[in-house]
Design a protein around this ligand. Structure first.
Ligand code: ADP
Ligand code: MG
Length: 245
């Protein structure tokens, strides 16, 4: 069992306070959805958890199984078991996916007897063209291909806790279904916990949230079960005194 504990997290960007005290605990196998309008601070939350430069934590704590995540460089957070699927995956010219994954496994002191076989099996599982696996990471990929590629990395590396920042942005309905299903499977098969950031509840057709939290203006203003996502789908964010852009 693993546990990611976020306590009263306060974050500034460029001197402006964006997160005003976020408290959230994610256990193995749990799916926590964080929903909110544009500019609420959703990406800031994911960036602060992973230690992206420019996001300054001015208060609170983040612990993974009791270890102080905020004291670690980003690579060590990944080795410790955190994995971010980015809203806008980065293109990495000249570097193949197998090279990225093989280095990531070395950093984890882990070995996979046949990495290329695993990559091909996982690619097939999410209908990701195995031809693309041999090209430079994300370079000239479509939105859907990029998210499939990111999901494949998650499937191979088997993090303890995954953070998905708008997995559903920029991809078509087939890619969304394949990626969301694979993440849901990981929560059941390896007990991965997930922090799922999204605008829209359509992601939840395949990836079932156990808890839904509404983030507005840098605060969690309401938490509940999956029914909260249905309510948002129906009524929007207006009830939370914020406007979606
Ligand atoms: P969301 O992901 O919920 O749409 P973000 O976390 O991206 O929201 O942004 C929250 C607020 O922080 C916005 O007002 C945004 O303009 C600001 N912000 C985020 N990142 C930066 C940055 N790197 N520089 C300046 N402002 C930023
Ligand atoms: Mg965002």
């Amino acid at each position: 069992m693993s546990k990611l504990e976020i306590r009263d997290l306060q974050v500034t960007v460029g001197g402006t306070q964006i997160l005003n005290g976020i408290t959230l605990t994610i256990n193995s196998g749990e799916v926590h959805a964080v929903m909110g309008p544009n500019g609420a601070g959703k990406s800031t939350l994911s960036a602060a958890i992973m230690g992206k430069p420019g996001y300054e934590v001015v208060g609170g704590s983040v612990k993974l199984d009791g270890q102080d995540v905020l004291a670690m460089p980003t690579w060590q957070r990944a080795v410790a078991g955190l994995h971010l699927v980015m809203q806008y995956p980065t293109e990495v010219p000249g570097v193949k996916l197998s090279e990225v994954l093989s280095e990531a496994l070395v950093a984890r002191h882990a070995t996979l007897p046949n990495l290329n076989k695993t990559i091909n099996e996982e690619a097939a599982r999410i209908s990701f063209d195995s031809e693309l696996v041999n090209r430079a990471v994300n370079v000239d990929f479509s939105g859907g291909e990029k998210k499939r590629n990111e999901t494949l990395q998650l499937a191979v590396l088997k993090p303890k806790i995954a953070i998905l920042d708008e997995l559903d942005s920029g991809l078509d309905i087939d890619a969304l279904r394949d990626c969301a299903k694979r993440v849901e499977d990981a929560t059941n098969e390896t007990g991965m916990g997930a922090l799922v950031i999204t605008h829209y509840s359509r992601l939840f057709e395949e990836l079932k949230p156990d808890f839904v939290h509404i983030l507005a203006k840098g605060r969690i203003v309401k938490s509940g079960g999956p029914e909260l996502a249905d309510e948002l789908e129906r009524d929007g964010y207006a009830a939370y005194a914020v406007t979606a852009e």
